[in-house]
Design a protein around this ligand. Structure first.
Ligand code: NDP
Length: 487
């Protein structure tokens, strides 16, 4: 934006509606479970609706899998493991390539399903979630017959059945992060998607059938937390992979302690996005916006704490507030929408509660003028100034479009404040100086440190946390390690 012409900078453009078509998408009225290579009627007679959070309309009914269903799924995976693990690795790779191609072919449909079921803007599901999911399968297909090169002189062997539980913020992408490396290394899986976003996993089940993946290699059981706990505690499950809240991560760790199951946990975060006075401010503003308002802030590595050097706090905040007023909130299926619906009523209430606590504790709330649709779950892009490190909004994961702004004077103070959190998943540094980036990255207790960018993902790059953000890495060659036994 041109600061010399503030009248231009403040102009708000009207956009004509640009809704993505939905007539090419066929969502079944109800879904069974994907076990042993086909959709089966569940033992459990319980079903629950999955709704569109932007309209509160029911999209479909899915099954709440019970103990018998989960046992069937794990047995199917155990049986399939015998032949899948022995299949020539290049043939395993072929299946993964096939899945990747099918994800690409059905990308338009998947993007719409993801947006309708989860509330995220179509431009994000279309340009980020689905292409990255396909890229993950493509990438791990490449490793399937090269495991001896990934772990030289170590004779990597698959572990068996992996029990995988994923959250609702990136449903298909988290599925890909979990399933692709597991299969490439020769394991079979039972996956439980989140209660509020099961539909893209149901489309994925169709894709497994289309790809003629051998029966039982992938099994998908829908349900709530109870189903998840049945999956991870099943005695035949050898490896557990979980992404979600730190609270549930701890429960799982306790539940499987002493069983010999392998575990990786990818949990919450409270990342610092640090802007130094020599940073290109307009670029930094875009990075801050992407860091916290992308996917309504439902991002474990979101840059939810902005640390800005005191000398530039005023101009930066002015630019940021101006940029916030241009963000478009509304119909997630509209291609111009920047901020979609909050994933569920429960998540909306959590965000509202934390924002109230911020106001009560004394922080100053800024929200641009923003008309919220009458139906559905919505929260305007928000930022807090006058935030003290002790406030809940500076300590707890809000998982919504809410930024807490703090200031610092020296690089050492920035490091201290950035690391002053029980989490350690990601961080961002904005500066003109390469040496400062390296200096900061060395001192940051975070699994990923982005420099002059934020929320960049690539299948070749490992991702994971320290401290209460979990352990183990997903992505890259590191992402194979949790799925192999090394002799
Ligand atoms: P959860 O951690 O409860 O959900 C993650 C997954 O775990 C879901 O599939 C969930 O099922 C399942 N699950 C729940 N309880 C158990 C259990 N005891 N054993 C095994 N699996 C279980 O997150 P929530 O959806 O409740 O969100 C709460 C908060 O967690 C959010 O506000 C946010 O702060 C944080 N969060 C962090 C994420 C991250 O990536 N870091 C992702 C999601 C949430 P079900 O969906 O049916 O409950």
């Amino acid at each position: 934006m041109d600061d010399a012409r503030p009248e231009l900078a403040k102009q708000v453009f009207e956009y004509a509606p640009a809704p993505e078509a939905v007539d090419h998408v066929k969502i079944q009225p109800r879904y069974g479970l994907f076990i042993g290579g086909r959709m089966v009627d569940p033992h459990s007679k319980k079903r629950f609706p999955t709704i569109n959070p932007a309209t509160e309309k029911t999209l479909s009914e899915v099954t709440e899998a019970d103990e018998v269903d989960v046992d069937r799924a794990v047995k199917a995976a155990s049986k399939a493991f015998e032949s899948w693990a022995r299949l020539p690795a290049s043939r395993r790779a072929r299946y993964l390539y096939r899945i990747s191609r099918l994800l690409q072919e059905r990308s338009r449909e998947l993007a719409v399903v993801e947006t309708m079921d989860g509330g995220k803007p179509i431009k994000e599901s279309r340009d980020v979630d689905i292409p990255l999911s396909a890229a993950h399968f493509f990438y791990y297909a490449g490793w399937a017959d090269k495991l001896e090169w990934a772990f030289p002189n170590r004779k990597p062997k698959p572990l068996g059945v992996a029990g995988q539980v994923i959250p609702w913020n990136f449903p298909l992408l988290m599925l890909a992060w979990k399933i692709a490396p597991a299969l490439a290394a020769g394991n079979t899986v039972v996956l439980k998607p989140a209660e509020t976003t099961p539909l893209s996993a149901m489309v994925f089940a169709e894709i497994c059938m289309q790809a003629e993946l051998p029966p039982g290699v992938v099994n998908i059981v829908t349900g709530a937390g109870k189903t998840g706990s049945l999956v991870v505690t099943h005695p035949e499950v050898k490896k557990v992979a979980f992404t979600g809240s730190t609270e549930v991560g701890k429960l799982i760790q306790r539940a499987i302690a002493g069983t010999g199951k392998r575990l990786t946990l990818e949990l919450g975060g409270k990342a610092a996005n640090i802007v130094f006075e020599d940073a290109p401010l307009d670029q930094a503003v875009e990075g801050i916006v992407n860091g916290i308002y992308f996917n309504q802030g439902h991002v474990c590595c979101a840059g939810s704490r902005l640390l800005v050097q005191e000398s530039i706090a005023e101009p930066l905040l002015e630019k940021l507030k101006r940029r916030l007023s241009t963000l478009r909130l509304g119909d997630p299926l509209d291609k111009n929408t920047d901020i979609g619906a909050i994933n569920s009523r429960a998540q909306l209430e959590k965000i509202q509660g934390l924002v109230e606590s911020g106001v009560e504790e004394g922080a100053e709330l800024y929200q641009p003028e923003c008309v919220l649709p009458e139906r559905g779950f919505w929260f305007p892009p928000s930022l807090f100034t006058n935030v003290s490190q002790s406030y809940r909004i500076a300590r707890e994961e809000i998982f919504g479009p809410v930024l807490s702004v703090l200031t610092f004077r020296t690089p050492a103070e920035a490091v201290e404040k950035a690391n002053n959190t029980p989490y350690g998943l990601s961080a961002g540094v904005w500066t003109d100086k390469g040496s400062r980036i390296l200096w900061m990255a060395e001192r940051m207790r975070a699994g990923v440190v982005w420099a002059n960018t934020f929320n960049r993902f690539d299948p070749t790059s490992p991702f994971g946390g320290y401290k209460e953000s979990g352990f183990g890495r997903e992505g890259g060659v590191h992402g194979l390690l949790p799925y192999v036994e090394l002799n």
